[in-house]
Ligand binder design. Structure first.
Ligand code: IMP
Length: 181
């Protein structure tokens, strides 16, 4: 039923599985000497990716979630971001790996990195399933990237259009006529 709304598939289920395996292996290697890193998912888009990625990380990690929206993309005080859901633990002195579905303008990730550093995190890195570098407004290069995509609006596997299509098992592009409805 959902598939009839999709113009074309950009990243297949198999490609996503391979990405999670590759990134999980790399993260396992890079963090093997780090004490209990925190894998921090940004709601809601991170959920399928973070769940599959976490299973490929062969280390003791903690899992946390945040739901944050940025007003100015800049942290000078906590008043600059709206925290809809905060983490359940302190980040002071901790190594944080943020899991994102997509980095586009870079504003969201820039805001969260500044917030976590402001709170005393020891290190903050980013793993993203999709990277859309052509959309960047704030210069930023994620340490771990699943796949780089062109500047198009994509959905599925956590990414939504109007809160829908997050449950597609792949990443695709919506048919034009769906936007007009
Ligand atoms: P940024 O702050 O512009 O880097 O965008 C990050 C957030 O915007 C992502 O976590 C998504 O929720 C949303 N986003 C950016 N590009 C897309 C897209 O192509 N489809 C769906 N959501 C997107």
């Amino acid at each position: 039923m959902l598939e009839k709304d999709i113009e074309r598939i950009l990243v297949t289920e198999q490609e996503i599985k391979d990405i999670c395996k590759r990134l999980g292996k790399q993260i396992t290697e890079d963090y093997k000497h780090v004490d209990k890193p925190i894998l921090l998912g940004l709601l809601k888009g991170c959920v399928p990716f973070m769940s599959d990625l976490a299973k490929e990380i062969d280390l003791k990690i903690e899992i946390e979630y945040m739901d944050v929206s940025s007003y100015h993309g800049n942290i000078t005080s906590s008043g600059d971001v709206k925290i809809r859901k905060d983490m359940n633990t302190s980040v002071a002195g901790r190594d944080i790996l943020i899991a994102e579905d997509i980095v586009d303008t870079g504003k969201t990730i820039d805001t969260i990195i500044k917030l976590l550093k402001h709170r005393g995190a020891k290190s903050v890195e980013v793993v993203t399933l999709l990277d859309k570098p052509e959309g960047r407004i704030i210069p930023f290069e994620p340490k771990y990237v699943g796949v780089t995509i062109p500047k198009a609006f994509v959905l599925g596997y956590g990414l939504d259009y109007d809160e829908l299509y997050r449950n597609l098992p792949y990443v695709g592009i919506l048919k034009q006529e769906i936007y007009k409805k």
